[in-house]
Design a protein around this ligand. Structure first.
Ligand code: SAH
Length: 351
């Protein structure tokens, strides 16, 4: 890895301190933040209001580009998948999902994932390493460069490759840059961090930043969840839901978003749906139901439409707030659970 100072690893405060320690005026930090994050310029040569000496120093000693964009696949539904190469040669992916009034960027936080969920393509890859904050932040920089100023990213979800809470310090640092007024100035409520249930880190995440929390639930019994999410064997449903129930920062104004991937014959029965309201009692929440996106590394399949409808109907009738998520980008292997550095032609194509 490069030994140069990685600009996007530094919070605005750290940048100010670093530049000051190197003998530069304090306001240089704000100029640099504006160039890099507001105007999207990654080459110091182009930062025309900086002295030539400072520009040369930045070029020689700093790294502004931790990722390079290797390819972009565009789905027929407009979803774009970015294949990005780190400076040390690893390949990661991020996805831009356009919707009516928003553009959501789904970022990766690790190269691979250690948690090995049985239905997830990233889980089948195994774990390589955590991403640096700069490598998380650069996913937003590159998406913005490609989309241009007229097509801004409005929301960020930490739902790409990896388990964000297994890389919490770097995730928090990236969030700090996303929300810093002098950097991207995003509203924390437009950022969602998803976890499969790393319970010791949920409190620290919500304490550090008022972002949304999503929890990948996928089952209503430990027997089924043990098979889908190996972490459940050490952190069973009672522990996960108990943590959420006693977390003071989860409130009706700031509910948990439960993700429930529906798999035919696995977790899609009316009994499963019927168990959910009781199981989640006392936790302000919404439920996102996602029919399984198939891929070659997993045996599970999506249920028939009638089964999906029946499942969501039971939840509606119990008074729960349920959203059925449409699959996006599955023709380019960019949908939930399909991120695994697989070229589109090898992916399972479905509409
Ligand atoms: N590791 C974190 C962040 C990744 S989020 C987490 O699991 O929450 C990715 C989301 O896609 C999760 O809700 C995950 O359960 C879901 N997912 C994984 N594989 C899927 C698949 N094949 N079809 C649909 N959703 C899937």
């Amino acid at each position: 890895m490069s030994e140069r100072t990685s600009f996007k690893d530094l919070s605005p405060d750290e940048l100010r301190e670093r530049l000051e320690a190197q003998g530069h005026e304090r306001f240089r930090a704000d100029q640099l933040l504006a160039w890099v994050y507001r105007r999207g310029v990654a080459e110091p040569e182009a930062m025309t209001d900086l002295s030539k000496a400072l520009r040369e120093e930045l070029c020689a000693e700093w790294n502004f580009r931790p990722l390079s964009c290797e390819r972009i696949d565009v789905s027929k539904d407009g979803t774009r998948k970015f294949s990005l190469r780190t400076n040390d040669g690893a390949l990661i992916e991020s996805v831009v999902i356009p919707e009516a009034r928003r553009n959501t960027l789904c970022v990766s936080t690790q190269v691979g994932c250690a948690l090995a969920c049985s239905f997830c393509a990233t889980g089948a890859m195994g774990f390589d390493r955590n991403l640096q904050a700069s490598e998380i932040v650069d996913q937003l920089c590159i998406a913005r460069e490609v989309l241009g100023a007229d097509d801004p990213i409005t929301n960020i979800v930490f739902m790409g490759m990896g388990e964000p809470l297994m890389n919490l310090p770097n995730v928090l640092r990236a969030i700090e840059i996303f929300i810093a007024p002098k950097a991207f100035a995003m509203a924390p409520r437009r950022i969602t961090v998803s976890t499969v249930g790393v319970i010791s880190r949920i409190g620290p995440l919500l304490e550090a930043a008022p972002v949304n929390l999503a929890v990948s639930l996928h089952a209503t019994t430990n027997a089924v969840r043990d098979e889908l999410v190996p972490l459940n064997r050490s952190v069973p449903l009672e522990s996960l839901l108990g943590t959420l129930r006693s977390e003071p920062r989860i409130t009706p104004r700031r509910p948990v978003f439960f993700e429930y991937t529906l798999m035919a014959g696995v977790n899609d029965s009316p009994e499963d749906a019927g168990r959910l309201p009781n199981l989640l009692r006392g936790i302000p929440c919404r439920i996102n139901v996602i029919p399984m996106n198939p891929h070659p590394d997993a045996p599970q399949r999506a249920p028939e439409k009638a089964v999906v409808d029946r499942f969501t109907q039971v939840l509606h009738e119990a008074g729960m707030i349920v959203t059925l998520r449409r699959s996006r980008g599955s023709d380019i292997a960019a949908a939930c659970g399909q991120l695994a550095r697989r070229a589109p032609r090898e992916a399972t194509t479905q509409s």
